[in-house]
Every structure is written in C-alpha cells, then in structure tokens.
Design a protein. Structure first.
Length: 78
C-alpha cells in the first residue's frame, strides 16, 4: 500500500470491469494499482501504479472508480 488515507480494513477493495470482446478483466485497487488480467487464467497481462507513474492520489474511504474500456488496444506489458 502506498501513501494513503484509506483505512486498513478497506485496502483490499478494488473496482473491476470485464471486456467480453477480449476476455480481459481490468481492476483498479485502493492501492492505486491498475491491472489487466486474463479472464480465463487470472494471469496478469500488465499493471501500472497510478500513484508512482502518474501522480494519482487515493482518497479516504477506499473508493475507486471503475476502469473504462475505451479501445481493445492494451498498454504494453511491463
């Protein structure tokens, strides 16, 4: 968990969305980790720390926005 005001009991929260066209699942956790997972295997395809890479902030309460699928093109694997 990165610098955050999220209460300890909420650090496991994440907002997830699935893309039926690709079978991928996108998740944004309270820790600011944005992930792309293979929906069948659960294998991580890529992940990015929104705080470390983009200056994202966390908010008190542990709420996150759902990732929005804009295009089927994914970030390159990290």
């Amino acid at each position: 968990m990165f610098l955050s005001d999220v209460p300890a009991e909420r650090t496991g929260w994440a907002s997830c969305v699935g893309d039926p066209a690709t079978g991928r699942i996108y998740s944004l956790g309270t820790n600011g980790l944005l992930q792309c997972l293979d929906g069948e295997t659960g294998r991580e395809i890529w992940s990015h720390s929104m705080q470390e890479e983009f200056g994202g902030i966390s908010v008190y309460g542990g709420r996150t926005n759902f990732p929005t699928i804009f295009d089927t093109c994914c970030w390159p694997a990290s």
